[in-house]
Design a protein. Structure first.
Length: 413
């Protein structure tokens, strides 16, 4: 199918438990690989284990198993048509030659699940119990075996298959797509920043969900918020592609088709430039980025407020504001400098009541408030409110409708 060569086989659960691993070296980011491993040990795999133990009428979809190394050998079974068959039936039997047989493995191959990771972990857990090891161990599960190579191109190819199968076979969390999607340029850039950029290395919240729990005192922001912020920064109606062939794509189509390595590098370097400008102009970010150990961020994020940039919504708004300023003639460095002239403490103007509920000690996340906040930033950084389809009178009315008392102020002229 397509350009994949595969073998449809059956494999005993005992062999799955002993030989198949849930993930392999297809992740380019160790932090996210570890996260995937943790997720597989939680939740759904326990449901699979319980299902195997309690249901006599059990059935799985076929696993997709990558195979690396060793010396796998396909042994064909020859089939001869019987004289009792008519011509059409004999031709059909002849067509089966070369397609039936068995796959012989030497035992030195590395096997890993490309699709069916939770099932593999669930099988392993069920067979850990002696009572079920004998009962389930001999049962067979359908599996598609595909070849995997450890070249850069081979790893990308396998990772893309992983993502496509999971994207189209079942609902996949945003976190999993960010961790594995090898077509989406923003996901690729986000992963690179996770491992390479000082502000985020070991300082991102890596769990499902955008918000950061109050118990987390070391994460600058969440990986989902970082992805969303970068997506908002780079997003455009149309994207012009010159290689491998000239074409114009919508943004949604563009992020579903992997661009060239040169394009990916351009996006990464632009993201780094934006982040460098923020770190340069915001001392709290510089403190975290330059620290040799994790910084306790309680002074920047607590129930009493703190700095807006250390809230997922604030980081996103900051990147949207930089995009707005650069679209209106300012360089990235100028945009970050203008932003830094505004107050960023949640308990101060203009955020109290607009993005911060001081009474409840929480962020206000309504989209109407976020839209108004971006307009307040536009005004505060010296932009004409026409750039955000508004005016001072209209914005003041909008804020009143939101029951927010904010005195509009120009922090940069």
């Amino acid at each position: 199918m397509g350009d994949w060569t595969y073998y449809l086989c059956v494999i005993r659960m005992r062999d799955i438990a002993e030989r198949v691993q849930p993930v392999a070296d297809i992740h380019d980011t160790k932090t996210l690989s570890d996260w995937i491993q943790r997720q597989l040990q939680e939740g759904h795999s326990d449901l699979i284990k319980d299902y195997l133990k309690s249901q006599d009428q059990r059935l799985f979809n076929a696993l997709v198993i990558g195979i690396y190394g060793g010396a796998p050998e396909w042994c064909e079974v020859s089939i001869s048509p019987s004289g009792e068959l008519n011509n059409e039936e004999q031709n059909a039997v002849k067509e089966l030659n070369g397609t039936l047989g068995f796959l012989r493995l030497q035992g030195t191959e590395e096997l890993f699940a490309i699709d069916g990771q939770h099932r593999v972990v669930g099988i392993k857990k069920a067979l850990e119990e002696a009572k079920y090891a004998q009962k389930l161990g001999q049962e067979e599960v359908a599996a598609l075996f595909v070849a995997h190579t450890r070249t850069k191109e081979g790893i990308e190819r396998t990772r893309r298959l992983f993502t496509v199968l999971n994207r189209h076979a079942k609902a996949v969390s945003n976190m999993e797509l960010i961790a594995l999607d090898d077509d989406d340029v923003i996901a690729i850039v986000t992963r690179r920043l996770t491992d390479r950029y000082a502000l985020f290395k070991d300082k991102l919240y890596l769990k499902k969900g955008k918000n950061i729990p109050s118990s987390d005192e070391t994460s600058v922001t969440s990986i989902i918020a970082l992805y969303d912020a970068l997506n908002e920064y780079f997003k455009k109606a149309k994207v012009e592609i010159k290689k491998p062939k000239p074409e114009v794509l919508t943004w949604n189509s563009f992020i579903k088709s992997r661009p060239s390595d040169e394009v990916i590098e351009d996006y990464y370097q632009e993201a780094v430039a934006v982040l460098d400008a923020l770190v340069k102009n915001f001392p709290p970010l510089a403190e975290v980025a330059n620290a040799k150990a994790r910084v306790n961020l309680k002074k920047y994020r607590s129930s009493k407020g703190g700095n807006l940039l250390f809230r997922p919504i604030g980081f996103q708004i900051a990147l949207r504001a930089i995009r707005l300023l650069t679209d209106n003639g300012h360089s990235v460095e100028e945009a970050a400098e203008r932003l830094s002239k505004m107050p960023w403490e949640l308990n101060s103007e203009p955020w109290s009541g607009l993005l911060w509920n001081a009474t409840g000690g929480r962020i206000i996340t309504q989209k109407e408030h976020q839209k108004a906040a971006l307009k307040v930033i536009a005004y505060g950084t010296g932009l004409d409110l026409k750039t955000v389809n508004s005016s001072k009178v209209a914005l003041e009315k909008e804020l009143r409708n939101l029951e927010v008392e904010v005195k509009l102020k120009r922090y940069v002229h």
